[in-house]
Write a protein that binds this ligand. Structure first.
Ligand SMILES: NC(=O)c1ccc[n+]([C@@H]2O[C@H](COP(=O)([O-])OP(=O)(O)OC[C@H]3O[C@@H](n4cnc5c(N)ncnc54)[C@H](O)[C@@H]3O)[C@@H](O)[C@H]2O)c1
Length: 309
């Protein structure tokens, strides 16, 4: 196995450190656990491998984990063809990847990032389990788009070591990562999360633990408004997409973006935003609910607003 990267952490703020977090000052991140083999889990695994870390990817089903490995291999081979990665660097990255269905295999991770379904109860249970099995100074992070990170932190006995590390889709390409600070987190943990994100070549922005953080709090009311506009027959889906692309210079229109994000994830995000803000702009459009009920989840199910077969 190729030598894994280690990043030493030099926190800028060491005030009020508890004894346990004080140990983190000397902590090195070498092994990263990733949970969830969906759209985001696979992208996060790839960028973490390319960042030089050892990655243990935990999926509930072996078949899903294998599919993910194939996706990562395919994506790395495309980078090699485009000359943005050498063949040996791709092989080396893959040699640091381990897949498992067993949660116990995450116990010696320095950092675990969960990216499972956007459901608070599922995530709270997961954090509780991770807390019981991971070593005492493992940082536990969530890739949630909107859910309160503090609720996951308080499911553990280490709330000072829990934060959000929120990647954007596709994680391999999008530069921004929101580092989410629940009121329970220590400054040291945040410093480590920021250093980790920088080491991946991404741009971290520290944000407060408020539904939707910065980007989704602004983005989702817009996406939802586009669906309501379609329901009012203001223009066709293709025309609304084209208008926002050509009129605003966006890389894609709202319906293409909703399909890329996943309609089930989008519905969960809007519900979480609405639960917290009660703003009418985040009441999920009926069409979105109906498409999700019909199993049309976007690109990942080959059908969403558009068809992909
Ligand atoms: N899709 C996006 O654009 C995007 C962007 C940023 C963050 N996120 C967040 O990332 C997380 C995952 O989203 P995704 O788009 O990868 O979703 P996805 O539907 O592609 O994958 C979800 C994963 O969760 C697993 N899962 C489902 N139910 C589970 C359960 N009960 N217990 C454990 N695992 C379960 C599935 O097997 C799958 O591996 C969510 O929190 C989402 O809000 C999504």
């Amino acid at each position: 196995m190729a030598e894994a990267r280690r990043i030493p952490i030099y926190p800028s703020s060491e005030v009020n450190l508890s004894l346990r977090t004080a140990n983190l000052v000397f902590m090195q991140i070498e092994k990263v656990g990733i949970i969830g083999s969906g759209v985001m889990g696979s992208g996060i695994a790839q960028v973490t491998l390319l960042g030089g870390y050892r990655v243990t990817l935990r999926s509930r089903e072996t078949a899903n984990a294998h599919t993910m490995v194939e996706q990562i291999k395919h994506s790395l081979s495309k980078m090699v063809k485009r000359d943005t990665l050498t063949g040996s660097a791709a092989d080396e990255a893959l040699s640091r990847l381990e897949i498992t269905t067993n949660m116990q295999d995450l116990q010696d991770s320095d950092l675990v990032i969960e990216s499972v379904i956007e459901d608070l109860e599922t995530k709270r249970e997961l954090f509780q389990r991770l807390d019981g099995l991971c070593k005492a100074n493992t940082i536990l992070a969530t890739n949630t788009s909107t859910l309160p990170v503090v609720e996951m932190a308080t499911a553990t006995k280490r709330p000072d070591l829990v934060c959000g590390i929120h990647f954007f889709n596709p994680a391999t390409q999008m530069k921004l990562v929101e580092v989410v600070a629940p009121i329970t987190v220590s400054e040291t943990t945040l410093d480590i999360a920021v250093s980790f994100v920088l080491s991946l070549g991404k741009e971290p922005v520290k944000v407060k633990d408020e539904a939707g953080f910065v980007v989704n709090a602004l983005l989702f009311p817009y996406l939802n408004s586009a669906i309501c506009m379609l329901e009012r027959h203001v223009a066709s889906m293709e025309e609304i997409d084209r208008s926002m692309q050509l009129g605003c210079g966006f890389p894609m229109g709202p319906f293409k973006l909703l399909d890329l994000i996943g309609l089930d994830t989008s519905l969960n995000v809007l519900e979480a935003l609405h639960f917290e803000s009660r703003s009418p702009s985040s009441v999920p459009a009926t069409t979105l609910r109906r498409l999700v009920a019909a199993g049309r989840l976007g690109r990942k199910s080959k059908h969403g607003f558009y068809d992909y077969e």
